[in-house]
Design a protein around this ligand. Structure first.
Ligand SMILES: [Zn+2]
Length: 392
């Protein structure tokens, strides 16, 4: 470990009680997506206190923020992404309180160096669990002048290189005509019947599509009382595929199923996206390699090979416009199941505390390497341009 890394390790230790306090406070005050006012308050206060210029709100999102720290000399611009939204019922059962604290902590530790080149950003990204704000931040150009973006996520193993599934959230509404269900059923158009046919069509489609694609749907509205022919039925679907292109094709097929179902009973069908669409995560392998090297320097021996994550993350959209990583680091022994109360307790336990320190140190080390090695950044960008070209 070089001298600067030792300096950062010391700084991380000094700062750690304060950063853990952030994680604890946010963890104990869970807020749902786009309502994370408390989390944004404590994180931005912390960043301002250490000399970051804070802009909030950004991109028209009340609970998104951009914090910047300019080094003494010009250089690249790197971003640590802070998540801080919680889940209904279980609170911080995905450990986003640790993500927010780690990214803010990493930004401040890096800014302590007198020799800092370039610019360190901490970007607050709300609502990862629902309609991920990173999608909007990408669309509004927040990442246009960023050279690399990174964050960590608590997980069951240490995995620097992951992929995730592209996701579309689509709501289908079938419209029919109401009528007395017995006396005048022939005058009605049963929207629920169309919906049921739609689900059957989708089930048939599931047998034909590749194993790595996913269709999950629920009916959210299917009539009001049994003695009225339902004139409206609504369903919400999550469609997922390993790549955006495959997902676009899947979406067309599902819409076709809906249209056929509607015409079978002369109902009408409309559809809309009810949450932001996520692209698949394109991990920058060179950047993930730098993160791995830093983990090893910190004494971490168990590092897993690249993995396909079965979920979807809004970091996927970021990874399409800027070289990015979304590594997982093991929480405790990696036995806790995310999105449970048990997980919420674990992220606030000594295991969560230990993980937070490792996350800060590994992010800081990676950030420092990027800012100080122009060749490395060139490699990272070369890979990025090749890959984004390849996948379209
Ligand atoms: Zn999560």
């Amino acid at each position: 470990m070089d001298g600067m890394k030792k300096f950062f390790k010391e700084q991380a230790q000094i700062l750690f009680p304060e950063v853990w306090e952030l994680a604890r406070e946010i963890g104990e005050n869970p807020e749902l997506g786009y309502q994370e006012f408390f989390a944004v308050d404590v994180l931005t206060r912390f960043l301002s206190r250490y000399g970051f210029d804070v802009l909030r709100p950004i991109a028209g999102l009340e609970t998104a923020f951009l914090a910047r720290f300019q080094g003494k000399k010009p250089g690249p611009r790197i971003a640590f992404l802070a998540e801080y939204d919680a889940l209904p019922e279980v609170g911080h059962g995905c450990g986003h309180n640790l993500i927010g604290a780690a990214s803010a902590g990493a930004g401040v530790v890096l800014s302590r160096s007198e020799e800092l080149l370039g610019e360190v950003l901490v970007i607050g990204t709300p609502a990862e669990e629902t309609s991920g704000a990173k999608v909007t931040l990408v669309k509004k150009g927040i990442f246009d002048r960023v050279d690399a973006a990174m964050m960590f996520h608590p997980g069951s193993q240490n995995v620097p290189e992951v992929s995730s599934l592209a996701l579309d959230a689509i709501e289908f509404t079938f419209i029919g005509r109401s009528a007395h269900a017995v006396a005048a059923a022939q005058f009605g158009v049963n929207a629920l019947e169309a919906m049921i046919t739609f689900f059957n069509n989708v089930n048939a489609l599931k047998k034909e599509i590749p194993d790595d694609t996913r269709i999950n749907g629920i009916i959210t509205e299917g009539g009001t009382t049994p003695n009225i022919v339902p004139d409206k039925a609504v369903a919400r679907f999550y469609l997922r595929a390993p790549r955006r292109k495959g997902l676009d094709e899947l979406q067309k097929k599902v819409i076709h199923c809906a249209k056929e179902a509607a015409s079978s009973v002369s109902a009408k069908v409309t559809w809309r996206k009810f949450e932001n669409s996520y692209d698949d995560m394109l991990t920058n392998r060179t950047l993930a390699g730098v993160f791995t090297k830093n983990l090893r320097e910190l004494g971490i021996k168990r590092i897993s090979s690249p993995q396909v994550a079965m979920g979807s993350v809004d970091m996927g959209n970021v990874s399409r416009v800027v070289p990015a990583i979304h590594p997982y680091l093991a929480l405790g022994k990696g036995m806790n199941i995310p999105h449970t109360r048990d997980y919420t307790e674990a992220v606030l336990s000594p295991a969560g505390e230990k993980l937070l320190l490792l996350a800060i140190e590994s992010l800081v080390g990676t950030g420092w390497d990027l800012l100080n090695d122009p060749k490395l950044l060139k490699h990272i960008k070369k890979e990025f341009y090749q890959e984004t070209d390849l996948w379209g």
